[in-house]
Design a protein around this ligand. Structure first.
Ligand code: 13P
Length: 256
């Protein structure tokens, strides 16, 4: 069966010292249940120290929030997969709606980055999700399936098995408005069905699909208890140990 995951996405927050102290508070405070995983998506400056600070707990991993699709070269300001790998980072968040919107990352660009991450031996957390307008017009399922198709559905089975999916409706990100457990379950099930159609049932059942968008201690238990919600990708509430630790705790234990 699949892993249950509480992932934090710090976005552009925390000075170096504040970030490392948060990493330590989380790794020291987390009571990780069997079969669960915590992933902290920190800014680049924290990554190396964060990897070291969490190395004693193999249920806590570190993610970058972006990388470049090329292996190296004249790309001022960019970070390669090999660089991330060289400091022990294991995951990379890709396709976040903020990258799609503010940095004009297309489905095609995201697909290139996903392939670069997998080719380098790291694991992508692939984000998808619709805007409020699309949700209100009622074609969010079709929209998300198209993002999956163009972002990750041409991967080999072997590569696809390394992908974590995060469904993050844009209207729920940073707004305080959370998808209801039913809304999350509905689309997570659609995503899992699409994976089964593209690959097979066993791959679909093994894929972790996280929900993101205003996850907080007050709603995490109910969201994470939905059959196809395998945890969360958390922004604001991952910036404080007192709000992220209860979210880690909300993951159901999983014994395979
Ligand atoms: P919030 O939890 O702040 O809504 O952010 C969600 C998100 O974008 C995680 O990637």
């Amino acid at each position: 069966m699949r892993q249950k995951i509480a992932a934090g996405n710090w976005k552009m927050n925390k000075t170096f010292d504040d970030g490392i102290s948060l990493v330590k508070d989380i790794v020291n405070g987390a009571e990780t249940k069997p079969g669960t995983l915590v992933i902290l998506g920190t800014p680049f400056i924290h990554l190396k120290e964060a990897v070291q600070a969490t190395s004693y707990n193999d249920q806590v991993k570190i993610a970058a929030q972006n990388c470049h699709q090329e292996t190296k070269g004249a790309y001022t300001g960019e970070i390669s997969v090999e660089m991330l790998k060289s400091i022990g980072v294991e995951y990379v968040i890709l396709g976040h709606s903020e990258r799609r919107e503010y940095f004009r990352e297309s489905n095609e660009r995201i697909a290139e980055k996903i392939k670069a991450v997998l080719a380098g031996g790291l694991k992508p957390i692939f984000c998808c999700g619709e805007s409020l307008e699309i949700r209100e017009e009622g074609w969010h399922v079709r929209y998300v399936k198209n993002q999956l198709k163009r972002g990750i559905f041409d991967l080999s089975e072997e590569d696809f098995k390394k992908v974590i999916i995060a469904y993050e409706p844009i209207w729920a990100i940073g707004t305080g408005v959370t998808a209801s457990p039913d809304q999350a379950q509905e689309i997570h099930k659609e995503i899992r069905n699409a994976i089964a159609e593209q690959y097979n049932d066993s791959i679909a059942n093994a894929t972790s699909i996280l929900y993101g968008g205003s996850v907080k201690p007050a709603n995490a238990v109910e969201l994470f208890s939905q059959a196809d919600v395998d945890g969360g990708l958390v922004g604001g509430a991952s910036l404080k140990a007192e709000t992220f630790l209860p979210i880690i705790d909300a993951l159901p234990a999983h014994i395979s």
